[in-house]
Design a protein around this ligand. Structure first.
Ligand SMILES: [Zn+2]
Length: 253
């Protein structure tokens, strides 16, 4: 069996962020044996607005949603999921140094070359998304100074042209900030299956699906502190493209 040569870490706030946002990218790299893929979810989503209608405690909802996100990630072909227990919808009250320390440890544990999180706008503007994006950015800038540390931070974002019928507020990326576009056409069915794993919030998912809210043929990223002038404004089609050669490790021990 081929050992992975490179490692990709996704860090998001809530169970379902991964399926709404980067499902196609997770699926695509999970299918590539060269790449180790890990997904981290910082809260259990226990404060969902569906809590009342479900008639269960927040604790029970958190347990269910943890199982749902694990199932979703597995559907996408990734069996490495890390669940953290930060308070849902209250991450702004957490000491960001704690989140940063956890993310740094995780970056080392999975030996991440590329780290992915929300665009710094938080996309939906959810305060937990902001908290995660800024903690991951801090963790990345510390870890990249270590020998063998991560080489790239990619912010997931949504382009204006990707909005079809999305009813909720969303921050979009400026065209000049789109550095990487991953072709996800081959993984649309997997994404749909992953979304269906999130039965606790299925009302939201069915509404968004029914309205065909966002185009999902491509998932796009801004690269942190990587000016586009160096590659003449060219958009990359791979999160590992143009990384320094020493990041492409040999598969042999
Ligand atoms: Zn979220």
């Amino acid at each position: 069996m081929t050992a992975p040569e490179r490692s990709l870490l996704f860090v998001f706030a809530h169970p379902d962020d991964e399926s709404y946002g980067v499902a196609g990218t997770i699926a695509r790299y999970s299918a590539d044996r060269r790449t180790r893929v890990a997904v981290a979810t910082m809260t259990r989503g226990e404060a969902s607005r569906h809590l009342e209608s479900l008639g269960i405690t927040g604790e029970e909802l958190g347990r269910r949603r943890e199982a749902e996100v694990k199932a979703a990630v597995r559907v996408l072909g990734c069996d490495e999921h890390y669940q953290f227990g930060y308070p849902d919808s209250a991450m702004r009250h957490v000491d960001p140094r704690d989140v940063e320390a956890d993310v740094r440890e995780l970056i080392r544990k999975v030996d991440a070359d590329v780290v992915v999180t929300f665009d710094i706008t938080g996309i939906s503007g959810h305060p937990d998304h902001h908290a995660v994006a800024s903690a991951v950015t801090r963790a990345f800038v510390e870890e990249r100074e270590r020998e063998g540390g991560p080489a790239r931070l990619a912010y997931y974002g949504v382009r204006e042209e990707d909005i079809r019928n999305w009813k909720r507020f969303i921050h979009t990326m400026k065209p000049e900030h789109v550095d990487v576009c991953i072709d996800c056409r081959a993984t649309l069915d997997l994404r749909e299956l992953a979304l269906q794993s999130h039965q606790s919030v299925i009302g939201d998912i069915e509404r968004d699906g029914k309205d065909d809210g966002l185009r999902r043929e491509e998932e796009c990223y801004t690269l942190f502190q990587e000016p586009r002038d160096g590659r003449a404004g060219k958009t990359l089609d791979d999160l590992f493209a143009d990384l320094p050669a020493d990041r492409a490790r040999s598969a042999d021990p």
